[in-house]
Design a protein around this ligand. Structure first.
Ligand SMILES: [Zn+2]
Length: 318
């Protein structure tokens, strides 16, 4: 860097002074080709997996699942104090799964991660809530330290930073794991999956403003602030990740995924088609004021999502 700096000074250019790149500068190192500076060791009978880095030597790897296909690139990533080896591998064409003849609609919610049109529920992972509480505490601790440059931080301050970043990583990995398992279950069981379009949902699902009857022009609290809390933000990110994974798994399995407009899916009676906000007396219950049909509100939502999805599919094909 300095040789380049002086060369530019001599030739009359305006060089930038070389910047010191300390240990905290690098978070990821990429090896664009396996075997070039780094080698993924896969001795089939050795129970210990190792990766070899030029100038470092063999490093043991805690491999969480077998590598399928031929390793193409290797990258090493740091998250807090943990190091991860990320591999990309070349695989053959994915084999589409055999048809099951089953279709499903899903409704993503706060109480349950999702409800399906068959009456099934996938609860929100408990560990997610636990991690969220820990994260909140760690962030509170971190907020007590004054803002300053990384190099001026005290040991306690650095530990607090590490704790927050470590917990963020944990939440992200758990969310990914949960999303992969849930998506795989759906893709294996159904040929066609309909879900709510999250972009439209975010626009329409904000709580309705409540006017104060005594004072015109004044609104009562409607819970919008509470809804925008930490849990919600974690859930929202979770649904986005989940839908991305679901779509890609469905594609390689030859399944169809359709996003539908979520408006009125929670207020329409699946039996008689009556649309009314009163059909949903509370968060969990659906009770049709016209025909008396009663079910779990999220199951009703998922059923309506499935119907809307099938209508869209037929319109596309016809
Ligand atoms: Zn009805």
């Amino acid at each position: 860097a300095f040789a380049g700096f002086f060369r530019r000074v001599k030739s009359g250019e305006t060089p930038g002074y070389p910047r010191f790149r300390g240990v905290n500068w690098f978070d990821t190192v990429d090896f664009p080709k396996d075997g070039d500076g780094c080698r993924w060791d896969s001795t089939p009978h050795d129970p210990v997996t190792r990766v070899r880095f030029q100038g470092v030597g063999h490093v043991k790897v805690n491999r969480h699942r077998p590598v399928a296909g031929r390793v193409k690139t290797v990258s090493v990533k740091r998250e807090g104090r943990k190091w991860f080896v990320v591999l990309t591998a070349e695989q053959g064409e994915p084999q589409p799964l055999p048809a099951t003849g089953s279709v499903v609609g899903i409704d993503m919610g706060m109480a349950n991660f999702l409800a399906d049109s068959g009456g099934g529920f996938v609860p929100n992972p408990r560990h997610g809530r636990k991690a969220a509480a820990k994260l909140e505490a760690a962030q509170r601790t971190l907020s007590r330290f004054p803002r300053c440059k990384a190099k001026d931080r005290t040991a306690n301050h650095r530990r607090a930073v590490e704790k927050v970043s470590g917990l963020h990583g944990k939440v992200r990995r758990q969310r990914l794991d949960h999303a992969h398992k849930t998506a795989l279950g759906l893709v294996r069981a159904h040929d066609f999956i309909a879900h709510e379009d999250l972009r439209i949902r975010d626009m329409v699902k904000a709580p309705v403003p409540k006017p104060d009857p005594g004072r015109p022009g004044v609104f009562l609290p409607n819970g919008a602030a509470a809804k925008a809390g930490l849990n919600k933000s974690i859930n929202d990110a979770g649904w986005g990740v989940f839908l991305t994974i679901l779509t890609s798994k469905a594609e390689s399995a030859g399944r169809e995924v359709i996003a539908v407009d979520p408006r009125n899916t929670s207020r329409t009676c699946p039996e008689c088609g009556h649309v009314a906000a009163k059909n949903r007396p509370n968060q969990d219950t659906f009770h049709c004021v016209a025909c008396g049909h009663t079910a779990h509100a999220d199951t009703v939502g998922a059923t309506n999502v499935l119907r809307a999805g099938l209508v869209r599919r037929n319109a596309r094909q016809g």
